[in-house]
Design a protein around this ligand. Structure first.
Ligand code: BYC
Length: 330
């Protein structure tokens, strides 16, 4: 068959101009065999676009995600808690780095990705537009937000794009520690003084619904899931990951003596926990920055970016000088 350069009637939209059905079939056969796709391999333009979108958004989530907890480093109640939190925030900075590195060989420069974040064209996780009111929010982020993230990322560790998959393996091992320290902290407070128990409960009331939302819209409202599942990026749907998160966390929170703020929550005969209706209006308003701390978070990122300009200039000057050794020796 000759190379197809124009869309044909009935041709799948994912086959772009200049791509052939044979190329797509060979690519999909590699995925079906469980091979990893590497940055230099042939890949459909839509696969590349989806990966850049998703990985850069994930990287931005890590970078913006340092803000709510970073605010508490100077207010940690003990040296032990401060050390743990500093280690966690540093890990998260590293996660952002791995992820930007995973997206760069796909053709997205760091500058372009950061410009997309700062100009609000790229998204980052809705969860980080919620405020942290008390120290217990730091523990609840560890238990619930990292708990939800691990469920999603363990799935992504098996994804078809090699660099993303490998980054996820490393990130998940570090996040498991973040999850444990958050859970340990909240379980302790839930068994503590009445004030500590109230602080833990109020934090759960704040983070329960946002943590369910962060795993993405219901499958029927998830426009990207179809193609991501077809090409082995998403091995489980948004709702399937949310179910895993629920089934692990509901019994543990109840065992800790906490009340889950969902009057409709129940355990079905299928053995799974089922939540009440999620307020998706809030989810979209938070993502758009109409509700929550979107402007504050991006303002903080913009300030950090501006204040770091001298570092980028110094690195550029150093790189330029390194490129001229022969000239300098003459
Ligand atoms: N927030 O078609 P859908 C962490 C968007 S950081 C904002 O289902 P997809 C941590 C979605 O982008 C962990 N936007 O999308 C860090 C799409 O819009 P566009 C962060 C969301 O991609 C520091 C539209 O809604 N994890 O753990 O198939 C400290 C339709 O959705 C959200 C990741 O980023 C959201 N929550 O599935 C502590 C994981 N959900 O782009 C902890 C990587 C959806 O078409 N990402 N949208 O304009 C993913 O796995 C997937 O992107 C999602 C969404 C499951 C999140």
């Amino acid at each position: 068959m000759t190379q197809t350069t124009r869309p044909e009637p009935g041709r799948p939209a994912q086959i772009r101009d200049g791509e052939t059905a044979e190329q797509h079939a060979a690519f999909e056969a590699r995925i079906a065999r469980g091979e990893k796709i590497e940055a230099g391999d042939w890949m459909p333009a839509e696969y590349r676009r989806q990966l850049i979108r998703m990985i850069s958004q994930h990287a931005h989530s890590e970078v913006v995600g340092m803000l709510p907890e970073g605010e508490w480093i100077s207010r940690a109640p003990s040296l032990k808690r401060k050390t743990l939190l500093m280690a966690k925030v540093q890990d998260v900075a590293g996660h952002g780095q791995y992820l930007y590195h995973a997206a760069e060989p796909l053709g997205a420069t760091r500058e372009v990705m950061l410009a997309a974040l700062l100009s609000r064209r790229a998204k980052y996780s809705s969860i980080f537009n919620y405020p942290t009111h008390t120290w217990a929010d730091v523990g609840m982020i560890g238990w619930l937000v990292d708990g939800a993230a691990i469920k999603n990322q363990t799935m992504l560790a098996g994804c078809s794009y090699g660099p993303y998959s490998r980054a996820m393996v490393r990130i998940c091992s570090e996040e498991t520690f973040h999850h444990k320290q958050g859970k340990e902290m909240i379980v302790l407070y839930a068994q503590g003084t009445p004030e500590q128990r109230a602080m833990a409960q109020e934090a759960l009331n704040r983070w329960w619904w946002p943590s369910l939302m962060m795993l993405g819209p219901h499958d029927a409202d998830s426009p990207n899931s179809g193609v991501l599942a077809k090409w082995g990026v998403k091995l489980k749907s948004n709702d399937a990951v949310r179910q895993e998160y629920l089934d692990e966390h509901v019994p543990e929170l109840l065992e800790a003596g906490l009340t889950i703020p969902d009057p409709d929550l129940f355990r079905g005969e299928d053995g799974h926990w089922h939540h009440g209706p999620i307020d998706w209006t809030e989810f979209w308003a938070v993502i758009k920055g109409e509700q929550g701390l979107g402007e504050t978070r991006l303002g903080a990122r913009q300030a950090a970016h501006d204040e770091g300009a001298w570092v980028r200039e110094a690195m550029q000057a150093y790189a330029d000088r390194e490129r001229r050794p022969a000239q300098a020796a003459d």
